[in-house]
Design a protein. Structure first.
Length: 370
């Protein structure tokens, strides 16, 4: 029985191949309205006409306010080049294993890849910036449903007001976590030792590996090894951060992962594109991320949460932005100076057991100080 998603339901997350990426993580595209068009094959009735209408409206599918994702299960669409991505806002998933189509109910859960007589349910889902279903359209003869879809998209409010009012990210802004002297001490530690190129975690063949891609992330980190300094950092978090998380989220943060001073340098065009911090086996235990700014004499380098609009956040020196590791977030490019920050993750005893259970999946370089 196909899964019927209605307005307000969360859209299932998935990873699938596109023309440009063998493992496109769909949920990192959040932060704008998204159309998922399950058409199955361009050989299907009226599909070509529907896609032509979509491709003729780059003003609507601009990749900023609205992005389009078509889903095909027909290898001939790729082999015979019957579809192609169209920048900036049109992309196709090559769902030849039917995994995404099954997940969304476009085919039956027991449908066989390449099987004969598979019934495909054509449907267009409109998702809001937080990846919840907002509307459903069923393409009809001559692509008539697409006309209604486009007319609907043209009426949508700005991303910042997708919920009916101006949205704010569900984060904690916390000043005065570190004193000025402690901020300067941490910056001095980085300057004395320098930093090493920082990568990010990615799940590859079931293992969590540390990888590097300057298009996705550019930052240098220094790992603090001074026990006395670590004790001071822990003490500040116990007194000033953990109680606020307890008050707001009713969560007891008892463990800290990573003691690093990070540097986003304008000379490197340092940045970090949208990502989540707990999407691999090796990072699934992470509950809260904390970003403590150590200085403010820089431009850019601000934290944003695309699912909740384009607003950016820059804590004052010694102040912190505290947020769930599940939130999509990014750091804009530093355009002047250097941004120094202390960037740990917090979790609890239950999560510590998850971390221990998943330790077997950690590859080379994917370790963390606790």
């Amino acid at each position: 029985m196909p899964l019927h998603l209605a307005a307000g339901d969360p859209a299932p997350r998935f990873i699938q191949r596109t023309f440009s990426n063998p493992r496109y993580v769909f949920d990192v595209a959040a932060g704008r309205y998204m159309v998922l068009h399950f058409f199955g094959s361009t050989a299907g009735p009226n599909v070509t006409r529907a896609l032509e209408k979509i491709q003729s409206r780059p003003d609507v599918f601009d990749g900023k306010k609205v992005a389009f994702f078509g889903v095909t299960v027909d290898r001939n669409d790729e082999t015979h080049q019957r579809i192609a991505d169209q920048k900036p806002g049109i992309k196709f998933f090559l769902d030849f294993d039917l995994s995404v189509s099954k997940l969304y109910g476009a085919v039956a859960a027991d449908a066989q890849q390449g099987g004969q007589g598979v019934t495909y349910r054509q449907v267009c889902l409109v998702l809001d910036p937080t990846m919840r279903v907002r509307a459903t359209f069923v393409p009809g003869r001559e692509g008539s449903g697409i006309d209604e879809l486009i007319a609907y998209l043209e009426t949508l409010p700005p991303v910042e007001q997708s919920s009916g009012l101006e949205m704010h990210a569900p984060i904690i802004m916390l000043p005065d976590v570190f004193e000025t002297d402690l901020c300067q001490t941490l910056i001095g530690v980085y300057e004395r030792h320098g930093g090493e190129e920082s990568g990010f975690m990615r799940e590859i063949n079931g293992r969590t590996l540390l990888v590097s891609d300057h298009n996705h992330k550019r930052r240098r980190d220094h790992t603090i090894e001074d026990g006395d300094l670590i004790a001071k950092l822990q003490e500040r978090f116990i007194r000033r951060v953990a109680p606020e998380i307890k008050k707001v989220h009713q969560f007891d943060a008892t463990r800290m992962e990573r003691y690093i001073v990070s540097c986003y340098d304008a000379d490197d065009e340092a940045h970090f594109r949208p990502h989540r911090d707990n999407t691999t086996k090796g990072t699934a235990h992470r509950r809260f991320a904390v970003s403590v700014n150590l200085n403010d004499d820089f431009d850019g380098g601000e934290v944003s949460f695309p699912e909740y609009g384009s607003r950016t956040y820059k804590a004052p020196p010694g102040g912190a932005v505290v947020f769930s590791c599940s939130l999509l977030h990014a750091v804009s490019k530093v355009t002047r100076g250097r941004r120094y920050a202390f960037l740990p993750f917090l979790y609890d005893e239950a999560a510590a057991r998850i971390r221990e259970e998943n330790s077997a999946y950690m590859g080379d370089g994917a370790t963390a100080t606790v």
